[in-house]
Design a protein around this ligand. Structure first.
Ligand code: SF4
Length: 718
């Protein structure tokens, strides 16, 4: 293998470029970890357009994880009360195809479901879609992106006629006003935040507004922190709109020529006067008017959001309500302006392009659209009407289907639902009922593997070649820079092998991921996400942002990384106009009450990633973040008679967790915060999702993982 390889950080959606170096290099000492073991080294790639050489703690330590706790060979068992034992790939694949055939006979295609991941490369996503949606005839493919940004997808589709964030990272350094809502960017998208913070520091006229019930590191850098009560975002956004209207800080020319639905929207926001909004949100009149004035008087406003907005039963409504503000002020399609949803995972964007959710098909197509289905069926060489017109099971619906006994085969790949789903005790009971679960992962053990009948070793990042797309639509080539460990295989190769064994030889004839990618991009032709100008060969020369239609020159493709969508103010709706849509606030699905008086909010820590399958094996990270802590406001702590370090039991209507307290001013009274990274592998009763509820947004089907009602009781150390 080569000396230095350029690739992409496999953690978050910022998508920082990395250079990876092997432990031993000619003329240099061997790179070793704290125990003296040789380890791979990762550092920022100065030439990557998105990150320009920067990395955070996760990207900088990812080399440590390549050889820790890896799953080396397939394992199998008949039932969950038996231990998993090593088997050959042949035995594992024969069992899988047997169970799939049996389920097809007994339950039909809807008896099979796959739950994938934003950790997939685009080729993995695409091959899985072809297997499930094209060959087997079920749309039961969903990904953990459903828990992350599906509300943003729905918001973009409904407002603009297509998915696709219209902005780019260069906008961070060209805006007059950055409006961050429901995003702790400093911890969760650190390099995006670094770029914004540096620009903001240098340009004192630029305003930064942060909306968050917590006083996060993001909020600490802001000119204005709006610590709204959890779940009151829509009232705040409508209240800002009300003031924009009242003061005439709107763009009537843009509204008239580029949008529909403004007058109905204006009627609704009239019912959000400042007195009502400040009461609902728990902020002052001066804070609200300042926010509206800064938005209204700025030439260029860039809004950013992530899970704090998306993970809500009002997720889609919140996204559309943010977009409404951009439409009424003409803040889109120009430098420094636009509604920018920050994607959580390294290739969640690629998943959206490849059709990696239960209601979509490759190339930003929809399963409900007959023309879209036909186009895809032709490329997949499957008979007409092979693709079902009915959207498949979304993430939480898969748990309900398991609970009901509707599924015969449940296939989980590159994700860990036994920790990340809401109402985790109910989820784990549902997983226990599954007649046949496949868990395909790079690491072992994981909590989900404890519920699996077959465990398959997947190559991880760096051991397979493919591409990933980051939050700003930049596609990066990620070459294999080392050999697979043990008997691990690439996810796409495993899906293709099962497809061939089920009789779909023609559909899975590709022998390289470059061939898979070529077929995928043919399905983007003429779409908003047109990537027909891309190939592995071309991307190997450097990252390229889409749209990149066939024929676009290297000079443009490699040089112009600041392409925005909708610069001509024509949107992807049938009449080319963006759509206003007004929403009234509904609030939290589970508000606090007498028995459960606190709102629990959840989120990430700077150092950890998701359920720790990778970061939990990196000592440099674990030492800094050894255990979860419950953030409690000092006044609440006084009433509860607890101090930092004391143990409490946190109980919701579903279950409980036991955790140490951190008393901090960084959280408002009546709200407590608990991080999301700990599953039962790391200790007893540390799971935040033992507490969360599974109510979903009715449009995006994204669960409200961000908030539930809890009681907090002091306990002795367990
Ligand atoms: Fe990786 Fe995200 Fe950190 Fe960049 S910001 S190094 S993509 S985890």
């Amino acid at each position: 293998m080569t000396d230095t390889s350029k690739t992409l950080c496999p953690y978050c959606g910022v998508g920082c470029g990395l250079e990876v170096l092997p432990p031993a290099r000619p003329g240099r000492p061997v790179n070793r970890d704290e125990h003296g073991n040789p380890v791979w080294q990762a550092r920022g790639d100065r030439n990557h357009p998105s990150s320009k050489g920067q990395v955070c703690i996760k990207g900088g330590t990812v080399g440590d994880s390549l050889d820790r706790s890896r799953l080396l060979y397939p394992m199998m068992r008949e039932s969950l009360d038996q231990p998993l034992r090593r088997v050959s790939w042949e035995d594992a694949l024969s069992r899988i195809t047997y169970e799939m055939r049996k389920t097809l006979e007994e339950k039909g295609p809807e008896g099979i479901a796959m739950y994938g991941s934003g950790q997939f490369q685009t080729e993995d996503y695409y091959t899985a879609q072809k297997l499930l949606k094209g060959c087997l005839g079920t749309n039961n493919f969903d990904a953990n992106s459903r828990l992350c940004m599906s509300s943003a997808v729905a918001g973009y589709i409904q407002s603009f006629g297509s998915d696709g964030p219209p902005c780019c990272y260069d906008d961070l350094e060209q805006t007059d006003c950055a409006f961050l809502i429901g995003t702790n960017t400093a911890d969760c998208h650190p390099i995006v935040f670094n770029r914004l913070k540096k620009y903001h520091k240098k340009n004192r006229k630029v305003k930064m507004i942060v909306v968050d019930p917590r006083y996060t590191d993001t909020a600490k850098a802001a000119d204005l922190h709006l610590a709204i009560k959890p779940g009151t975002d829509i009232a705040l956004l409508n209240g800002i709109a009300h003031l924009l209207l009242r003061h005439g800080w709107i763009d009537p020319g843009f509204i008239d020529s580029c949008t529909d639905g403004f007058s109905d929207y204006a009627q609704v926001v009239k019912s959000y006067p400042p007195e009502r909004v400040t009461e609902i949100c728990g902020i002052t009149l001066s804070e609200l008017t300042k926010a509206a004035a800064w938005w209204g008087k700025s030439e260029r406003v860039l809004s950013m959001w992530s899970m704090g907005v998306n993970q809500s039963t009002e997720g889609t409504a919140k996204c559309r309500t943010i977009i409404n503000l951009h439409l009424m002020t003409g803040n889109i399609g120009k430098p420094g302006a636009g509604p920018f949803s920050l994607t959580g995972q390294p290739n969640a964007m690629g998943g959206r392009e490849a059709g990696g959710l239960a209601h979509i098909l490759p190339g930003y197509r929809l399963v409900k659209n007959p023309e879209h289905r036909q186009t895809v069926e032709k490329v997949w060489q499957v008979p007409e009407k092979s693709i079902s017109p009915v959207p498949g099971l979304a993430a939480w619906d898969m748990m309900l289907a398991l609970e009901r006994g509707d599924l015969g085969v449940f296939w989980v790949a590159a994700t860990n639902p036994a920790v990340s789903m809401p109402d985790i005790k109910r989820t784990q009971d549902a997983l226990r009922k599954s007649p046949f679960t496949i868990c395909q992962d790079a690491y072992y053990p994981t909590e989900t593997a404890a519920f699996a009948h077959v465990v398959l070793p997947a190559t991880q990042w760096g051991e397979k070649t493919g591409v990933m797309t980051n939050s700003e639509r930049v596609v990066t080539y990620c070459p294999a820079f080392r050999n697979p460990v043990g008997e691990a295989r690439a996810d796409w190769e495993i899906f293709a092998e099962v497809g061939r064994r089920l009789g779909f030889e023609k559909q899975f004839a590709q022998r390289t991921s470059a061939e898979v990618y070529d077929e995928f991009i043919s399905l983007t032709a003429g779409q908003l996400c047109d990537a027909t100008g891309l190939s592995h060969e071309r991307l190997a020369k450097g990252p390229i942002q889409w749209p990149c239609p066939a024929g676009e020159s290297d000079a443009i493709a490699h040089g112009k990384h600041d392409k925005r969508l909708y610069t001509d103010y024509r949107f992807a709706t049938p009449n080319g106009r963006a759509k206003f849509c007004a929403f009234h606030i509904k609030g939290l699905a589970e508000p606090p009450d007498e028995n459960f008086p606190f709102v629990l909010t959840t989120g990430r820590l700077y150092g950890h990633w998701h359920t720790q399958s990778r970061t939990g094996r990196i000592e440099r990270i674990v030492k800094k973040y050894p255990e979860p802590l419950l953030e409690v406001n000092p006044k609440d702590a006084q009433l509860l008679e607890v101090q930092s370090g004391d143990w409490v039991e946190v109980r919701s209507p579903r279950s409980f967790a036991q955790i140490k307290v951190l008393v901090t001013q960084n959280i408002t009274r009546g709200t407590v915060f608990m991080p999301m990274h700990w599953g039962f592998l790391w200790g007893d009763n540390m799971e935040v999702n033992a507490l969360t509820h599974p109510e979903v947004c009715p449009i995006s089907l994204e669960p409200e993982l961000k908030a539930c009602a809890v009681q907090v009781t002091p306990i002795a150390a367990p």
